[in-house]
Design a binder for this molecule. Structure first.
Ligand SMILES: Cc1cc2nc3c(=O)[nH]c(=O)nc-3n(C[C@H](O)[C@H](O)[C@H](O)COP(=O)(O)O)c2cc1C
Length: 502
């Protein structure tokens, strides 16, 4: 399938296609060349004993593919098109409700299930009322950082009038996460409606959905849905008969994990070499093409229509502590019941593992679980009673992250997991910060030696120093996340690590 990236509107500072050689050398996957590849992501690593031949194929592949969003069937091979079970375990299916009910790929199906009702309602009100509802809801970003969504929207709305952008982050590169993928494939109008609402609230006229190239079905479903939304008058000029214009396009990524980081993503759309940028200025002030930009994760945006129709207070009544509302989780193939589930914040990790996931297949013994990608802390079995919440998980060195739940059983060697995660970190580093560019590869090499029995205590100390450097000097969460992962291992699994260093 030939996928052509969307072109930016005026100001057309550069053309994203074709990429200049300098920019193209940044990326791993040329357009359209990933289908049928075996996946080397962390969920596939966790499940490699289930199909060693497939894992060997993945490990030998170049360019590497670090997640295809099929972690429920891991170890996976590209786009085999099984679909995960989907279930809502909350009193309200805010994010997955329509998907659990069979999906709503067409506009007609979406409208039958309440689609665009929130937008019609919001257009009878002022942007200020919409902003206030999102602020009241307590919604926080689902892309990993958990930043208050209302505060971000308010910051873009407060910028002087002029060209503003809304960008949906649909890069979903965290190995183990396949939430955004199935939202886009099975309920694309929910994302489109969420983005139009965001544009109305902040005064944006143009939007982009940055979809990773590893999700070709999501791209084609979204493109068809955009045509339908435009034909129905939900996109374009004078939406709902108001003085409100908003256009929306899909932009297809080029296979780089770090392009999920917001500054890198925006540079990628601009056709520039997408190295991470120092902040401030934040994208809310100087984002895409130098203009104020609201960038949100897919699940964040998809939560907004429900907030509009039910009110911010109803949303804030769900969840617990400072984590309000619901969270979609995707469980990997080591569970008895892998799948896509929506829960209220506050359930314990134990509940997710033992009740929702049904424990590990084959009676496997849990060695640890990661929620939200490999660059976050590993949760050991003795901390399973920690509740799902941003602050609560951060307090044990873990995080909500993207919500991809990857369990590891007794087949996983912890030193091999460290080697795997740092290999991923080194491969996907944008190269801007030295500890991430060089240090992550060095930690990988030290652990390769440790597994072979040739590493010393001095090597372990070097790893500790590199982790400190990653933590203190990285410009983005790629480097600090690698440090967080390593710290959790050194803290919770010393008996598996220290004997490997003589
Ligand atoms: C290395 C790296 C990768 C990231 N990947 C994603 C991603 O795939 N999807 C996403 O929504 N956010 C990702 N983020 C977080 C974004 O930078 C940003 O915080 C988020 O998209 C903001 O949206 P939210 O406020 O709705 O969460 C990533 C961050 C880092 C450091």
């Amino acid at each position: 399938m030939q996928i052509t990236p969307a072109h930016p509107p005026a100001p057309r500072r550069c053309s994203p296609a074709p990429l200049t050689p300098d920019v193209e050398s940044f990326y791993h996957l040329p357009h359209g060349e990933h289908t049928g590849q075996a996946c080397q992501g962390t969920a596939c690593f966790a499940a490699k004993h289930l199909n060693p031949a497939r894992w060997a194929e993945a490990a030998a592949q170049n360019p590497r593919v670090y997640c295809l969003g099929e972690c429920f069937a891991a170890p996976a091979k590209g786009q085999t098109r099984p679909r995960p079970p989907v279930k809502v375990f909350s009193s309200h299916g805010i994010v997955l409700g329509r998907i659990a009910a069979g999906g709503a790929r067409s506009l007609a199906a979406a409208q039958k299930m309440g689609g665009y009702a929130a937008l019609a309602q919001a257009l009878t009100q002022s942007p200020e009322q919409l902003l206030a509802a999102v602020e009241t809801s307590g919604l926080r970003g689902r892309g990993g950082a958990g930043f208050p969504t209302g505060r971000k929207w308010r910051a873009v709305a407060a910028q002087p009038a002029g060209t503003k952008y809304v960008v949906a982050n649909a890069d979903e590169g965290d190995a183990g996460a396949y939430i955004d993928r199935y939202i886009m494939e099975d309920d694309p109008h929910a994302l489109i409606e969420g983005m139009i609402l965001a544009a109305y609230a902040v005064g944006a006229t143009q939007g982009y959905i940055y979809v990773r190239i590893e999700y070709p079905q999501a791209v084609s479903v979204l493109q068809a849905a955009l045509l339908e939304a435009r034909a129905a008058g939900w996109l374009g000029a004078r939406i709902g008969g108001k003085d409100f214009t908003f256009n929306l396009e899909v932009y297809v990524g080029h296979g780089s994990y770090v392009c999920g980081e917001e500054t890198s993503l925006l540079r990628s759309i601009e056709g520039q070499r997408p190295e991470v940028m120092a902040r401030p200025p934040y994208p809310t002030e100087r984002g895409l093409f130098g203009r104020p930009t609201l960038l949100n994760n897919v699940e964040t945006l998809v939560s907004v229509p429900w907030i509009v129709t039910h009110g911010g207070a109803a949303y804030a009544a769900l969840g617990f502590s400072k984590s309000r509302g619901t969270k979609a989780l995707s469980l990997n193939s080591l569970f008895n019941r892998p799948g896509l589930y929506e829960v209220e914040f506050g359930v314990t990790v134990r509940h997710i593992v033992e009740v929702i996931g049904g424990g590990l297949r084959g009676g496997g013994k849990l060695k640890g679980v990661i929620i939200g990608g490999p660059i976050i802390g590993l949760i050991p079995p003795h901390l399973l009673d920690t509740p799902l919440g941003f602050e609560e998980l951060a307090a044990i060195g873990a995080g909500v992250g993207h919500g991809g739940v990857v369990a590891f059983d007794e087949h996983t060697s912890i030193p091999a997991l460290v080697e795997h995660v740092f290999a991923f970190g080194a491969y996907e580093s944008c190269g801007k910060c030295t500890p991430c560019r060089s240090g992550s590869g060095r930690v990988e090499a030290i652990f390769t030696a440790a597994i072979a029995g040739t590493a010393s205590r001095a090597d372990l100390q070097e790893c500790r120093d590199l982790v400190t450097a990653l933590k203190l000097t990285s410009l983005c969460g790629h480097g600090t996340g690698l440090a967080r992962f390593a710290e959790s291992i050194l803290r919770y699994y010393p008996t598996e690590i220290e004997p490997c260093f003589k």
